[in-house]
Design a protein. Structure first.
Length: 193
């Protein structure tokens, strides 16, 4: 009888370990996959530039100019910023909307320096109505000194360009304001203000 109980215990224990292992594998598959939330587009990879525009809404000159500024912000260890122009990202409710998509993309892309994870993701959705928030920003928790008070005016200005279909103007606005505001916020933070 003790042998039977012991064998049953081993079977149950091995099934338990097997299910834990499968659960762990499933989670890592989800986290490393380019599949996002249900009914959302796959994540685009960061290519040559910090501005990702797979559908060619932007002029090459705009992308290159923006990239220079964004790369300098990264080199100065202020923040890594990516701007994604992406069709198909929809608001499917509070657990599957454009902000969640942008946050998950930033994690998937491993945006931000390994040590400090200072990252900002700007998402431009050219295929939604202006009242559906064509421009969204997601800031990593580690960049807590960059608050809505700081980036709110930048978001508003960028949205004004996006809402009339001027996506080059949207990018230029985001980059100019991000550079200016993040440098000021970083300086103030280092000075203890």
């Amino acid at each position: 009888m003790k042998k039977v109980k012991f064998i049953i215990f081993l079977i149950v224990f091995s099934l338990f370990l097997s299910s834990c292992s499968q659960s762990s594998n499933n989670n890592s598959l989800i986290n490393n996959s380019i599949i996002t939330s249900e009914n959302q587009p796959s994540f685009p990879a960061i290519g040559k530039y910090w501005v990702i525009d797979q559908d060619n809404y932007l002029k090459t000159k705009t992308i290159e100019s923006a990239d220079e500024v964004l790369e300098q912000l990264r080199l100065d260890k202020i923040a890594e910023i990516a701007i994604i122009v992406q069709k198909g990202v929809k608001n499917h409710g509070p657990t599957n909307d454009e902000k969640i998509w942008a946050m998950k993309w930033g994690r998937w892309a491993k945006l931000g320096d390994k040590e400090d994870r200072l990252a900002v993701v700007w998402l431009i959705r050219p295929d939604v109505k202006p009242e559906e928030n064509r421009v969204t920003v997601e800031v990593s928790r580690q960049l807590y000194q960059y608050t809505p008070i700081d980036y709110g005016p930048s978001l508003e200005e960028a949205a004004q360009y996006a809402n009339v279909g001027d996506f080059d103007g949207t990018i230029e606005s985001i980059v100019r304001n991000s550079n200016e505001v993040l440098r000021k916020v970083n300086k103030d933070y280092k000075n203890g203000e």
